[in-house]
Design a protein around this ligand. Sequence first.
Ligand code: ARG
Ligand code: ZN
Ligand code: CA
Length: 243
Amino acid sequence: ADGSIDIPVVVNVIYKTAAENVSDARIAEQIAILNADYGGTNTDASKIPSEFSSVKAGDTKVRFHLIKTVRKSTTKTKWGTNDAMKKTSTGGINATDPTQYFNIWVVGSMGGILGYATFPESSGLWNDGVVIAAPYFGQTGATSPYNLGRTATHEVGHYLNLRHIWGDATCGSDLVADTPTQTGANYGKPTYPLMNTCGGVSRSVMFMNYMDYVDDAAMFMFSAGQKDRMQAVLTATGARKGL
Ligand code: ARG
Ligand code: ZN
Ligand code: CA
């Protein structure tokens, strides 16, 4: 879209089983989901409560396009968050120039972990990018309730400098002014409105934000402040200007 940053993506698939070797179609589906969610054209954006319509991002002006897919088979059944999948010497695939490309690694399983990401402070380093466990990547054939491709939407938020909406602390800060302070993470499919009290102030919280921990079907928005924070790292002086 006009004025958007179109991020070049490399998808690195490390698989043991056929199911873990996610298809080209499923990769295309995941990229399309990212473009819808970051473009604000996701169909469930219609569910954004009117209370938050004045602070919703709409189009974040970030887009994604697939450059190439790299595949490798492995005998390893379980991965962790120690970046082993990002190096040939530990059974993984080396990143394609992370100063220029956004690397995603898809692995079979990380136990209960859906995915993890590096923040912009790791920009361009060998381990820079996002990891997603195959069952939560894309949509077709993915595992409920994380089967709408939003683990990637969430992890890419971290890659573009977003914190969890509760600031990883009780009534913590996500460094974004227009996301209401909330007591902690929300899970499942909360019912709107959901009230929290922090510092003696009761607020309706934005649990439908991609940076909360709710189910894929319960998250469908970024805020304008989050958009600004992501755009800041992509500008000429930002940590991810090379993309
Ligand atoms: N737990 C992961 C993280 O902190 C991802 C959570 C993704 N949530 C989802 N509904 N897909 O980065
Ligand atoms: Zn997270
Ligand atoms: Ca906030």
